[in-house]
Design a protein around this ligand. Structure first.
Ligand SMILES: [Zn+2]
Ligand SMILES: [Zn+2]
Length: 308
């Protein structure tokens, strides 16, 4: 019986992965220190490919909570170089190697990514030297990195998967910020990255299956009173703008991520604000850490936190 179960467990992931597009929110938060919302990191599983978008705080921990071996991550895409999106990178780089990553780690990101990766690797120079020697003798190819600094358009293509970069409007002195569109067979996902309302993103997300969009909200009284809060709202997307984006893109399923709720405004209130003016009764939900959104001929959501 045990052997039978073991065989089923072995077979199931392969049959599941054949046609499925699955998005897992590893980190749904912001720079704020929150045990329940680590900063942004999103795993996209397309068939048997795994692509990681941003490596925020604790990305490696969240992957281990969903039983993904870090060594299986070979492609990372940065939306921009704000620390909350890259602070977990050293862990993925180094611990993935300790977990026997065998192939080069491919990294895509805006201008500045090459320098960032080089500097992180040189910071770990001593450790890399030690681990290459006995007793560990980790293999050299696993710590190799290949960095491609991107511009708009197609940045990655394999047999069944395409990743397109989309310039977005982050403001706040961030010159290079991207969203991504991932196409897998006839299915699609768009990840907004950090942005204000972005026409480029809206155009790219036309009729998308799953839209992962950032959100920032605060009570009107606080926005009127605080210049700082007004500034934050200018760099991010408000509930009213989200309504417009969902109406314009006709996204089939929207997940609100990079959740920044200020001044005591609740998730319920934000969802109400967004849904009141939607043209169509389409699904909108808040992301949470380890939420999986699985797209086959329909969309299923569930938690992949296997430590609970
Ligand atoms: Zn951010
Ligand atoms: Zn940012």
């Amino acid at each position: 019986m045990r052997l039978f179960l073991f065989l089923i467990l072995l077979i199931t992931p392969f049959t599941l992965s054949a046609e499925v597009l699955r998005v897992v929110i590893l980190g749904s938060g912001t720079p704020r220190l929150d045990i329940d919302r680590f900063s942004q990191s999103i795993l996209v599983e397309a068939g048997d490919e795994r692509l990681l978008f941003d490596t925020g705080r604790g990305a490696a921990i969240r992957l281990s909570q969903m039983n993904v071996n870090l060594s299986s991550i070979n492609h990372i895409f940065f939306t921009h170089l704000h620390s909350d999106h890259i602070v977990g990178f050293p862990d993925v780089l180094m611990t993935g190697w300790v977990y026997q990553r065998e192939k080069t780690l491919n990294i895509f990101g805006p201008s500045g990514t090459k320098k960032f990766v080089e500097n992180i690797k040189s910071a770990f120079n001593e450790d890399i030297k030690i681990r290459l020697e006995k007793p560990e003798e980790l293999k050299m190819p696993g710590i190799k990195t290949s960095v491609k600094e991107i511009t708009d358009g197609l940045v990655y293509k394999s047999k069944n998967v395409e990743v397109h970069a989309i310039s977005v409007d982050h403001g706040g002195g961030v010159e290079h910020a991207y969203g991504y569109k991932i196409n897998y067979k006839d299915k699609s996902v768009v990840i907004s990255g950090d942005t204000n309302y972005s026409e480029e993103l809206v155009n790219a997300a036309n009729d998308v299956d799953i839209l992962i969009h950032e959100i920032a909200a605060a009570p009107l009284s606080l926005i009127n009173k605080s210049e700082k809060v007004r500034g934050i709202m200018n760099y991010h997307t408000t509930p009213e703008e989200l309504t417009k984006i969902i109406n314009q893109t006709k996204a089939k399923f929207t997940v609100l991520n990079h959740v920044l709720l200020l001044g005591g405004i609740t998730e319920d209130k934000v969802l109400k604000l967004i849904k009141t003016n939607l043209d169509k009764d389409t699904e909108v939900m808040f992301g949470y850490d380890l939420l999986a959104i699985e797209l086959t001929d329909r969309i299923n959501t569930y938690s992949v936190d296997y430590t609970k």
